[in-house]
Design a protein around this ligand. Structure first.
Ligand code: NAD
Ligand code: TDX
Length: 353
């Protein structure tokens, strides 16, 4: 029986990843979800999994910077695999207050690596998969792509902290022989994303009749991937990836922000029976994000040719599913924004927290 420790499993991608795992036909694993429950987390995301798989799914509230606690959890659950999603993840927040980003993304990753190093020195092997972002490569002009061999050029405190963590992970492979892999992914979208990120923020603002803030001239470009396609790539790397290697993951799906926001206006309009121009009239070009990366575009030939991965969800279809999910889960949106989920945690986990 594999014992998989997922960090940050109550956030956007971590939640989807755990749901992905429990959708697999394979039952030969347990999952330990370790999450500090920051503002971006909602353990209620996995309430059904927790209920249905009470013998194979375990939630532990913990900070990845807490060495003794993480160390105890690794022993308690006899963990043999770590999939590391936990991070402070929002670029705008990193510009306003970088310290949490350095703490969690750099020191937290270092702490996990140290716990693993201790085990490796005692002859126990723990596989470590680190989840990273295309933002570490910096900003592209109108042409070209990020390759695994591209130099790092992070330009926000968030991307700098992720770059630092990537380097630490590689150094622990080279120096201590820890069996690591790294994945570097483009922008994800889908259910359970905290509504500070572009797509859920725009959907929510439309529903509330609020302005839709588009940074700068709106011509910055992001490459979008449906979150479950990211999850399948991580799982494939874990099972078939070569130790020590880095794999780019992307949707080969570039959109200018303004074009995406306008398209979202049309989608939400169709679903809510409102003329799309009413939503489009809410668009406002606002002051640009400082250091706003112009364009991200991932070349993911390596994972496609070496591991046989490919994205399965067509963007237009995935966006439709995403819009529908938010429209059908307004309670979720309200809860994650209101702090009500914190009360839910107290009721459901009581003294354990
Ligand atoms: P998120 O902000 O939605 O979730 C992060 C989770 O980590 C939250 O549940 C939070 O409570 C937890 N966490 C934060 N600090 C912690 C700590 N000190 N100890 C334990 N748990 C902690 O983020 P996300 O969008 O799901 O991103 C997950 C990972 O994927 C991150 O490493 C991010 O850099 C990477 N990534 C994200 C994207 C994207 O588009 N969202 C793209 C590429 C890579
Ligand atoms: O209100 C907004 N208006 C706007 O124009 C917001 C929130 C964003 N934007 C722009 C900035 C970006 O060009 O939209 C684009 C997407 O912004 P975010 O959703 O904040 O994502 P981004 O900064 O691209 O980073 C995301 O993808 C890479 C995730 O937040 C990161 O965690 C991941 O590493």
């Amino acid at each position: 029986m594999k014992s998989i420790l997922v960090t940050g499993g109550c956030g956007f991608i971590g939640t989807n990843f755990i749901r992905f795992l429990f959708d697999l036909p394979d039952e030969h694993f347990i999952v330990v979800n370790v999450d500090k429950l920051t503002y971006a987390a909602n353990p209620e995301n996995l309430a059904d999994i927790s209920h249905k798989y009470s013998d194979r799914y375990f939630f532990e509230k913990a900070d990845i910077c807490d060495f003794p606690k993480i160390s105890n959890l690794i022993d308690k659950y006899e963990v043999d695999t770590i999939i590391h999603f936990a991070a402070e993840s929002h670029v705008d927040r990193s510009i306003v207050g970088p310290s949490d980003f350095i703490r969690t993304n750099v020191f937290g990753t270092f702490t996990l690596l140290e716990v693993v190093r201790q085990r490796i020195e005692k002859g126990k092997s723990i596989r470590f998969h680190h989840v990273s972002t295309d933002e570490v490569y910096g900003s592209l002009g109108p042409t070209g792509y990020f390759y695994e061999s591209s130099p790092y050029n992070p330009r926000s405190p968030y991307s700098a902290s992720k770059a630092a963590s990537d380097h630490l992970v590689r150094s622990y492979f080279a120096t201590y022989g820890i069996p690591i892999t790294i994945s570097i992914c483009s922008n994800n979208y889908g259910p359970y994303q905290f509504p500070e990120k572009l797509i859920p923020l725009m959907i929510l603002s439309m529903l509330e009749g609020k302005e839709l803030p588009v940074y700068g001239d709106g011509k910055n470009i992001r490459d979008w991937l449906y979150v479950m396609d990211h999850c399948s790539a991580v799982w494939l790397i874990l099972n078939k990836g070569k130790i020590g290697e880095t794999y780019n993951i992307g949707g080969e799906n570039e959109w200018e922000n303004i074009r995406l926001v306008e398209y979202l206006c049309e989608l939400v309009a169709r679903r809510t029976n409102v003329p799309s121009n009413r939503y489009k009239s809410l668009i406002r070009f606002v002051m640009d994000r400082p250091g706003h990366d112009r364009r991200y575009a991932i070349n993911c030939d390596k994972i496609k040719t070496e591991l046989g991965w490919k994205p399965t969800v067509i963007f237009e279809k995935g966006l439709e599913m995403t819009v529908d999910w938010y429209l059908n889960n307004l309670d979720w949106l309200n809860k994650v924004r209101s702090g009500e989920y914190i009360k839910w945690i107290e009721i459901n986990y009581g003294n354990r927290l």
